[in-house]
Design a protein around this ligand. Structure first.
Ligand SMILES: [Mn+2]
Length: 317
């Protein structure tokens, strides 16, 4: 796939680079890494995300160039959709001429869209795929691009703690440090720059901790009211699921996050062999074996019952 992608880049001049909305570190950093690299090659690259450079990723090189809207009359020779899982998650507005669609992803079950489909589920992050592409192209990798790729890897591997932190993740991280990445600066920006509303919200959310199934299952819940009370935004909840997940003995952790009067975004994390990706798909969502999510309609009581039933069956297997 890489030669085909490089051909597309060579033939074109103006590109759109995007990822899924509500971007995580991998989505945003991959977008910026590829957009910056294209610009360094003299190409025009528009970096787009409907939700913008959400905190704490606003420190990334190129973040200031990210746009949240596209003109109807825009034309691109090709559009790179990164880390999206499904095309609709990129939230591309109607109107622009997007040219060839290039799907670059590492999600299992990534939707088969685009004239070029490059999905490698062995990659720890989409940022790694972007890095492979740039290396194969023989382009010089700048410190800015390296910083973005490093952030993508750090984010998606949970700072090299998750099982996807494979030898390639460590090897590439080493190469990126050689290219001048300031690792302390990235870590500080990612993990030690909390906004006060986030910590206040965390305190509220931890109060809801519910442990069941002899300690093998734990959940936390957030209501819209809690968020409003402390002046937090949905982005402030990123990583909250790691608290129930980090409880000793827990196999499956869930975060119920209210997104509407009667709708909850349900995030799942599991340890080992429990496939929460399947649970999420049963609920109309998607994700990986150990990290997945879905939006479920209903009150907190009906949503909880539905989710607990499915998880009860999963944990009984
Ligand atoms: Mn990713």
């Amino acid at each position: 796939m890489i030669p085909k992608i490089l051909q597309t880049i060579e033939r074109g001049q103006r590109f759109l680079v995007t990822a899924h909305r509500s971007p995580d570190g991998d989505a945003l950093a991959s977008t910026l890494a590829l957009a910056l690299a294209l610009r360094e090659q003299g190409k025009e690259a528009v970096a787009y995300n409907a939700d913008g450079a959400v905190l704490p990723f606003d420190f990334l090189p190129g973040a200031e160039s990210l746009v949240t809207e596209l003109q109807k009359t825009e034309q691109f020779d090709a559009t790179f959709v990164l880390d999206a899982g499904e095309l609709r998650r990129a939230a591309l507005p109607e109107g622009p001429d997007y040219g060839d669609l290039v799907n670059i992803d590492h999600h299992p079950h990534s939707e088969d869209f685009g004239s070029i489909y490059w999905v490698d589920t062995a990659a720890c992050a989409t940022g790694i795929l972007v890095y492979r592409l740039l290396k194969d192209a023989g382009w010089t990798i700048s410190q800015d691009v390296a910083t973005c790729v490093y952030t993508a890897i750090l984010s998606d591997t949970g700072s090299f703690r998750y099982s996807n932190a494979n030898p390639e993740a460590f090897k590439v991280a080493g190469e990126l440090v050689d290219l001048g990445v300031n690792t302390w600066d990235v870590s500080h920006n990612l993990y030690e720059s909390n906004r006060l509303p986030r910590l206040r919200l965390l305190a509220e959310v931890l109060e809801t901790l519910d442990v069941a199934d002899h300690g093998r299952f734990a959940s936390v819940t957030m209501s819209l009211q809690m968020m409003e009370q402390v002046g937090a935004t949905p982005a402030d909840t990123d990583g909250f699921i790691n608290y129930p997940r980090g409880l000793r003995g827990v196999e499956v952790a869930v975060f119920f996050r209210q997104v509407d009067e009667e709708a909850y975004k349900v995030g799942f994390r599991s340890q080992g062999n429990y496939d929460v990706g399947q649970v999420a798909r049963d609920l109309g969502g998607g994700g990986h074996r150990n990290a997945a999510g879905a939006i479920v309609e209903g009150t907190i009581d009906t949503v909880r019952t539905q989710v607990y039933d499915l998880l009860g069956r999963l944990l009984a297997d």
